[in-house]
Every structure is written in structure tokens, then in C-alpha cells.
Write a protein that binds this ligand. Sequence first.
Ligand SMILES: Nc1nc2c(ncn2[C@@H]2O[C@H](COP(=O)(O)OP(=O)(O)OP(=O)(O)O)[C@@H](O)[C@H]2O)c(=O)[nH]1
Ligand SMILES: [Mg+2]
Length: 687
Amino acid sequence: MPATEPGKIRNIAVVGHRGVGKTSLVEALLHQAGKTNRLGTIEQGTTVSDWDDDEHRRQMSLSGTLSHLEWQGRKINLVDCPGDAGFQADTYASLRVVEGALVVLSGVMGVEVNSSRVWARAEEYGLSRVVFVNMLDRERADFFRVLEAARTQLSDRCVAIQLPIGAEHELGGVVDLLHMCAYMDPAGGKESGPQPIPDSMADQVQEYREKLLDAVVETNEDLMARYLEGEELPAADVADALKGAVARDEIYPVGCGVATKNLGTTAVLDLLVEGVPSPARKGTTIEFGDAKQAVFVFKTIADPFAGRISCFRVLAGPVTGDTTLVDPRTHAKERLGQILLLQGKENAPVDALGVGDLGAVAKLKDVVTGDVLVDHEVPVEPPHIDFPQPVMSFAVSPKAKGDEEKMAAGLRRLSEEDPTLQMRRDPQTGEQLLSGLSQMQVEVAVDRLHSRFHVDVELHPPRVPYKETIRKEARARHRYKKQTGGRGQFGDCEIVIEPMPNGEEEGPTYEFVDKIVGGVISQSYRPAVDKGVREAMEHGDLAGAPVYGIRVTLVDGMEHAVDSSEMAFKIAGSLAFKDAYQKADPMLLEPIMELEVTVPDDTVGTVNGDLNSRRGRLHGMEPAGGMTTIRAEVPMAEILTYSQALTSMTGGRGDYSMGFLRYEEVPAHVAQKIIDETKKEREAAKT
Ligand SMILES: Nc1nc2c(ncn2[C@@H]2O[C@H](COP(=O)(O)OP(=O)(O)OP(=O)(O)O)[C@@H](O)[C@H]2O)c(=O)[nH]1
Ligand SMILES: [Mg+2]
């Protein structure tokens, strides 16, 4: 089978807030295009996209899934992206490899927070966007309200291209305003061909057809002139102009329907083919130098049987199984091997894959998500995918002693699959930390450690990464001296420590200044003092937290011709620092997080009150369409287990995200508690 020409491909990411029906819509599109014999459902766990056990159990998408179909002689690649805020890695990476986004909104809930977020990302990448208002069969669903919300909250260039016939449980079909026809509810079967528009809708159709025309001629000077002269514009010209406007990202057509009944899919498929530009028309912004063959890996699947599966977009090609590419990041050469087209969990081998197409290969050794592979070593800068930063961490430990290595290996594989899942050892607390975007994301990782890697682990709330610093300058001298037969130990140094002005910065800032004059300590021993100070700074005296924001100046000292050694100076440096530190008015710092919470209007009071009790500082509130977004700064220590609290305050309708902002001094009464607790722990550890 030859590779599909780039001009005949459409790459679409299906995105939107959690649970708006993206997976169901992909299922319907595949069914309408004849890829499946029956419409699978989320409830029965029979959709093409949500094929993983964990997805079935939770009835939600946890990772991006590739599928493809043919429509009007074009190949449409679909990436069904998860909507949950905890599983956005694939969503963001997928947006790098498509020309268009199909943004699904709930006909009941309208524009929800994650839809706005993903819209902004699509905007950044200049993607064409088609909006689909789904779930119009549900109670309280209202296409026109959601259309208005899309126009005010997403873009005023959103314009209806379909209208519902009837509403809620009486929804009978949709009108296609571009082709001026109707499609009747196929009740889960295939949508039949175009039907006449019901007469009763003539006025409304007229009104929205005019709005559509206005928007279209706005983008096309020639049409505008003819329109103003009162010419009746031929349907084909309008359709062409609309396609151009969608492709140029100037109009966002809004369609509608019911995914679970397969209603509205014909018109949407037409729109994707006609509106979204092909890779031939749009090209890619990902660099591949002068490579004749190149691919970009946008997703990695950690399959326990097939090993690592890398999903990629062909940047230059075609590529075949015999193609050998090099990864400029590692300089490793790899033969692609069997190229696969993915259809949910199924895969089918293909001989070749052309430019712009999406496919996968198994068992590339050292390739990770985000790598660009090229046919010869050219200096390429892989595209930066701005993954969201983890907002919460748990300490993990294996249930069985001796499983540490197995756990670490499993977690490494899982974080290859999802780069927003991060694992690190906290040098401060010694705990193995697993960080992610939501508690559920971390819990899913734990489930997968069990199911895929056969290791059981426990989660504990993590410790807050406190830091320490000083308020004022102090000086101390320490002489370390030991005389026990034979050769002794001798090191003597005097240091001055002072706060560094950039104490606001994250990460340990530290400077060592050598002001020894007259060689009172030899050059070779001075770095040992520095080393000793650094070691002492790893555990501050207040709460055992690392010390930062300090300049240490070595001003004086003494050495012994026979007994001095690096070790002795290191110890002297360490002890001098401890002395000076106590005199320098040390203080405890805590991480402050920037928090954005979106909650239903009627829960704002409760949520704000709760933030107050968590030492939060409110920065602003923005109501929009029944939901309010609250912005606040909150100490990390107070918000480690926020997700449960928010769920119970909002009945599961709240959503939040947060990111690290800066370190700040812990208020005295809180600090004292932490210091006392540390003391107790230290004493307990001694006994
Ligand atoms: N009544 C009705 N229910 C729908 C419709 N579309 C989806 N659903 C149901 O809504 C729920 C969520 O649908 P999904 O397709 O999983 O939604 P999703 O956007 O893929 O969800 P995530 O991937 O988890 O973000 C399921 O129970 C579906 O059966 C629709 O048009 N009408
Ligand atoms: Mg889904």
C-alpha cells in the first residue's frame, strides 16, 4: 500500500473538557465512515478509543488515542485526547502534530475551564478549529446558549454552521447551514443522506444562514463586494470562502449533535475535510534541517508486551520499515522496523508512511516523547512542548521490601509514557516522590504499577520542601584539632555569612568568596572549607531543610605544617557555618503556590472561606457562564490534599490547577510548630 499523499490527509485532535463526549464522538465518526459495524459505548467499554482497562474502570480517557478513517477520498487521522486536567500531556503533545482541533463542548455545561485552556493552546499553535456542541439530547441542553458562550469566552469568530432541529429529548436532527440540508436522528445507526430542511424552521435557518454569510464575506473581499451589491452568492462560492477562512484560522464553525446517537457526524466530517488544511497546505513548524526523512515522536506507550511504542508524525519522507534514522539528542541510530497504523488498541502494518501522516513503531531503544529523528545528523532544536508542571506530589514506597528497584523501573516507564508524571528522590526527606497534575493521575500510575509491572506500592502525603535562609550577617571561627598519637588533625577557619540579595529565586543560591590574604590557609585547603559549608547547608538547623540565599566569605584561618588535611578543613568549615548560622537570625521558607480554582457560582462563598482558612490570599474572581474562576496564592503546606476538599465542597463540579510561585517566610506561629516537630523527630531518630 503506497503512502497517503500529504494533500489527502487531515490531522485532527479531538479536545475539550472532561466528559463532554469526545470519545463518543470519535466512535460516531468512525462508525459513520464505515470503520466499525456498530456504535460502541462508554458504558459498555466498547469504544475504539477508550480501550485500556483503567479507562473502562473509570469511564474516562486517560491517554490520547489514534484512529483514522476515510471520508470524501481523504484520510482523517483523529487523536482522541483526554479532557481531565490530570491527563493533559498527550493533549498538549498531540496539538503539535495536527492542523486542526475539533473542540467538543457540552450542550449543557457550555465552555468549561479545560476547553478554554486547550483553546488557548490551539491558538498559540495557529490551529484551525471546529467546535461541536454535543449532548443536545440531554435535559437543559441549549445550543444557542452554548453558541453565545463560545462567542464570548472562546472567540467572537465562532459562528453556527449547524442548527438543532428541536431540543432536549425532542431533538430530531440537525440542519447543515453550509450545504442547506438536514440530517435526521439515526438513533445510533448510520446517518442517512441529506434531507430537506423542515419548513417550520425556515425563519431561523434564514437568520443563521445570514449570520454565516456575514461572517464569511467578512473574510473575502471579492465576495464582500458582490454581497454589498446585492448579488445572490452561489452556494459553491460561499462554501469555498468558508473553507479558506477556516483553513486560515479566521472562522471557527460551530456544529452540533448527539455523539451517542451518531447525529451530526456527516456535517462534521464534511467540515473537517473541507475546512481543515492538509499537511501539504500548512506544513509543520517543527524543525528538521535539510533532512530528507524525519519524524517527530509525540507520544510513547509503555506496553508490557510490545515494549515501547513510539507514535510519530512524518516531517519529511516517506519513511519505511527499512528507514534508519538518528536521534540527534543521543546520537543513537535506529532502524524504524515495522510501521504501524493505530486504530485504538488495534494496529495494522503499512509499507510506507508519507509526509504529514501519523503512525507508530515499536521498540525504538532510546527515543522519548519530544524527540525529532532525522536521516543524518543535523543540528535540530526539538520543539518545546510546554507540558503543565506537576501540582501535587505523593511519597511512594513499595509494599514489599526489596521491590524498590522494580518500583523505580516501572515508574520510569510510566513517566516516559506521561511526561507530566515525574519521579524524584527528595534529597531533603529521602522520600521517593511521585508528582503529577492530579491525585487521580498518581492513583492511575499506582494501579498500572500493579497491573503492568506487578509491583504494589503505597502512597503517603509528601513532606513540604521547606528551605531555610538567614536575615543578617554573622561571623564565626572554628578550630578543628585532634591529637591522637601519630599524625593529628588540624583545620582552622573563620567565615562571614550574609544573605544574598536574590533570595526570592527558586533553587539553592550560594556563593563562596575566598578572601584569604597572606596564604594563612594554603590554596589547596580552601575548597575544602567550601565543601564543608555546603554539606552543613544541606540540613539547616531550624527544620533540617536546605539552606540557600547565602554568601560565605572565607576571611581568615590557620594551618599546621604536618596535621592539616582537606578533611580537617572540611569539618572546620562545616562547624564554623553551623555557629555562624545560629547567630545570623535564620528563618524558615515555604513554597507558595499560585492557585486557579473554577467552581460553580453558588459554591464561591464556601470555597473562598476554605481558602482563607488555608492561609490563602485571594487575588481575583472572574465569573463566566455560571462558573467563577478564583485566583489565589496559597502555601503548599495547606493545599497538599486539596482535591478531596474541593470535590466535596463543589459536588465534583470544581476544577483547579496550580503552579509554584516563590518561596516566602513561614509566619512565626506556623514556623515554630514545624521546628518543634522536627526536633521531636530528630530526638526520636536518636533513640
Ligand atoms: N446523552 C448523551 N450522552 C452523551 C453524549 N455524548 C457522550 N455522552 C455520555 O457522556 C459520558 C462521557 O462521554 P465520553 O465520550 O467518555 O466523554 P469524553 O469527552 O471522551 O470524556 P474524557 O475523555 O474523560 O474527557 C458517557 O457516559 C457518554 O455515554 C451525548 O451526545 N448525549
Ligand atoms: Mg474520552
